[in-house]
Design a protein around this ligand. Structure first.
Ligand SMILES: *Cc1c(COP(=O)(O)O)cnc(C)c1O
Length: 435
């Protein structure tokens, strides 16, 4: 199918799920050994046993649900209790998800779109992680490649490897608010490129992309004839001056697969409830067989828990705006505190205050440190000496940077940053008295 001057690479070869399954079996497991969970395990194992009694400060993971100030709304808890107690949802759900829940997700997303999604555009998944798996598996084809952000979210690299997709990285530019290096995207894309991924609001950078930048992303993808996969698991978690704009707004310019979940905005990552959405008013994904592949793929996988799916309409309907704004206020204050404190810490610097998500990236200035080899060494010693856990940047694709989460309770955050400061002061190169 021709679309003006645009060549949609996913139109050239019909998607064939059967073929992919064979590919998957044959593809060597190229998944990198690095995973966030694996690195965290190592760091936790490195905590000083002598420090027993001084609680470890977790500034590495993205799950604030343990802190009372991030407890989910009772509206969500009540919705789950009701569907559970009704005994109406003890059955298997359809592979694509329960219809009322799909309708509720469509309505939820339609508030921000210039066209209307229907339940047919919504597929319910086991958290956003399964949506990533489905998206990459159905787009994979022999010789195909995918463009991923650096820094990014390592699930994409892992899933690309297991789907047999070659990974090509484009940089996010720290001095430009972590915007996508679109020139790099253009240079990397070729006729075998199936998609590019953006994560907005950003993990690990805490950036929120403007409408104008997202439009340029859409135009670049259109020029290359590729799909945009928009990871919006932090959708609406934007507390700075840039409002959150869903990529689906540009769905008529370029087909968008939007991935999301209730894990982050409702702070219930353990409920494992997410979605994959085709934002594609021109129906290019249907015509090219991608929609069929998604359905076929979901027929072979396990589904989100039925009574949790069933609770979705009530969760969306009954959650008060106050719940969201309270969380955003806590995160905004935490991001400010984090940025301010980092200014006082020698040897690390932050190019961009977080405006969204739960994370910020900071740069390690190794030349100012006496006895630290790299980001991993920094994090291991910080865990051992200060019982504070931060994530080495190499885990998310940026060596000698650190990812800090500020989504912890404020006292814990302050304590953790004070410990980091003490650590950096202790390890800083001694300044000459003459300098
Ligand atoms: C947390 C996270 C996910 C996974 O979300 P779940 O709903 O918990 O599966 C996906 N993408 C990014 C960028 C995330 O930070």
């Amino acid at each position: 199918m021709e679309n003006g001057s645009t060549k949609w690479s996913f139109h050239e070869e019909k998607n064939n799920h059967q073929q992919q399954e064979e590919e998957e079996e044959e593809a060597p497991n190229k998944a990198t050994a690095i995973s966030i969970r694996g690195v965290l395990e190592t760091l936790m194992g490195n905590l000083d046993p002598e420090e027993y009694g001084r609680p470890a400060i977790p500034l590495a993971h993205g799950d604030p649900s343990a802190f009372p100030c991030f407890r989910t709304t009772s509206a969500a808890e009540d919705a789950i209790i009701d569907t559970l107690k009704s005994a109406n949802y003890n059955h298997y759900a359809p592979a694509v998800g329960l219809l009322p829940a799909r309708r509720a997700v469509a309505d939820y997303l339609n508030k921000d779109l210039p066209y209307k999604l229907t339940p047919d555009h919504i597929y319910l998944t086991l958290g956003c992680v399964q949506a990533i798996e489905v998206a990459l598996a159905v787009l994979a084809r022999p010789g195909g490649n995918i463009l991923l952000p650096r820094p990014g979210f390592p699930q994409y690299e892992t899933r690309a490897a297991s789907s047999g997709l070659e990974v090509r990285h484009f940089d996010l530019l720290p001095e430009q608010g972590w915007e996508v290096d679109l020139e790099a995207v253009e240079a990397l894309g070729d006729q075998n490129t199936v998609a590019m991924v953006i994560i907005n609001p950003g993990n690990p950078c805490g950036n929120v992309y403007s409408y104008e930048h997202l439009k340029r992303v859409a135009e670049t993808a259109r020029k290359l004839g590729i799909i945009v996969i928009a990871d919006e698991v932090y959708g609406h978690i934007a507390f700075g001056s840039t409002p959150f704009v869903p990529m689906g707004v540009f769905g008529a310019l370029v087909p968008v697969l939007t991935l999301g979940s209730i894990s982050k905005r409702w702070v219930v990552p353990g409920w494992r409830m997410g979605w994959l959405v085709t934002n594609d008013p021109l129906d290019l994904l249907r015509d090219s067989g991608v929609v069929e592949s998604i359905k076929n793929y979901l027929n072979t996988t396990t589904d989100p828990v039925t009574f949790i799916q069933a609770a979705i309409p009530k969760i969306f309907e009954n959650t008060k705006e106050d719940f969201f704004s309270d969380i955003l206020n806590i995160l905004r204050d935490a991001a400010d505190l984090c940025y301010g404190k980092i200014q006082d810490i020698p040897c690390i610097s932050c190019p961009q205050k977080a405006e969204g998500s739960m994370f910020v990236m900071v740069k390690l200035n190794l030349s100012d440190l006496e006895d630290i080899n790299d980001d991993i060494d920094f994090c291991l010693k910080l865990a051992r000496e200060e019982s504070t856990i931060v994530l080495p940047g190499v885990t998310v694709g940026m060596k000698n940077w650190l990812r800090i989460t500020f989504a912890v309770d404020p006292a814990t955050l302050e304590d953790g940053l004070e410990r980091m400061k003490a650590f950096c002061q202790r390890h800083a190169k001694k300044q000459s008295i003459l300098s």
